[in-house]
Design a protein around this ligand. Sequence first.
Ligand code: HAM
Length: 428
Amino acid sequence: MGKYLPTEPYRGTRDFLPEEISVRQQVFHRLYEVIEVFGYQRYDGPILEPTDIYEAKSSREIVEQQLYTLTDRGGRRLALRPEMTPSVARMIAGNLGRLTFPVRWYSHPNCFRYERPQRGRLREHWQINVDLFGSPSSAVEIEFIELIHAMMAALGATPDMYVLRMSDRVLLNAIFTEILRIPADQTRPVAGLLDRWEKYPEDKLRADAAEIGLTDVQFTRLGEVVQAGEAIVAELSDEARAGSKLVEVMNTPAHDLIKVDPLIVRGFDYYTSTVFEVFDASPDNRRSLFGGGRYDNLVGLYSSQPVAGFGFGMGDVTLMDFLTTHGLLPEPANKVDAVVIPTAEALFEPARTAAAELRAAGVRTTTPLESAKLGKEIGRADKAGARVVVIIGEQDYAEGMATVRDLLTGDQERVPLDEVTNAVKKTL
Ligand code: HAM
């Protein structure tokens, strides 16, 4: 080890300096506003959860390879939450008596997964979760399709920049059993193969297919299913289509807002019907921006009362990549509005008084902590993003006056001390 400890954060996690926080806050606030306009209310929960809630029903990859686990002093097995869905299902089940359904909730937790850090994938990410509980209707799917497009629009994105790809586990199972003739209890590895379809070259897929017991004919048929895209739905039995929420969506105008795509599988055990992901149209960003779907059984882990769930997670890493790629990142906001600069040590007290008045009027104000040359202080104020400096000089102060300077235009005026706040507010 060197002489000093490293200054980098733990691999796959990030520090956020104030400028970055400013950009992120602006982005997130636009999203919160849209989500709230749709009637969703914010909730929160603990970062630590019993490991069981992920082991009971989540994603195999997460449970077997990505959980950060610990044992507390009482011997309880805990995990840093890798996602929010098991937590929110637990909270819904625990408050059934108090809730009026449908429940529309959102949250913005940080989640931890032991991943190999790469573009779009880190070990700690922030995930906006939006979920609706208590309705089996495909009106829920339609509401979410509209919400997602509204969120993207609020960020300045146009529909050509991204694509909302949707599938349905009910249809997927029918593809496996009716088209590929795979027994219903052996479909899981084939779903995994579909999930990897776009990530691997054909010879690797073919080898994987052979390994999980698919014949050449089945592998070829699977390729045809992928090629067919939406058209495959027409080849499935009436029974399968009647049980599909996605088919109901396809009969409404919302059909035009999605791409029906059998390649969307999602690696979680809890999804029961519709599944979807939103992808950047730019090939620079291959990881999804949003992922979600319908999970009609998860609350049942905690309670005998079945409660239908539907929702998504939207991650900050892929979102920031998307906004950067498309030139949609907002500028960092100014840190302060005004700086009150005394020109001598003896004027620190009146400068503090003037600063206090400005703050009371809601103007973000600082005043120097040590005396320095006026020019230097003005330079600092400018760097801090201040629009205005208030200069308290000896001569001015003796006459009950101060100078208010607009750093943008260079204009300045002498005003009585008790007029400083008004003069500053006029300039801002
Ligand atoms: P997920 O697909 O695992 O779904 O994650 C949702 C989104 O979170 C992804 O599309 C991606 O933007 C982001 N994300 C996930 N893992 C990482 C990572 N390691 N690094 C950076 N970003 C990541 C879920 O977690 C479901 N629980 C979502 C859900 C909510 N389903 C229903 N309600």
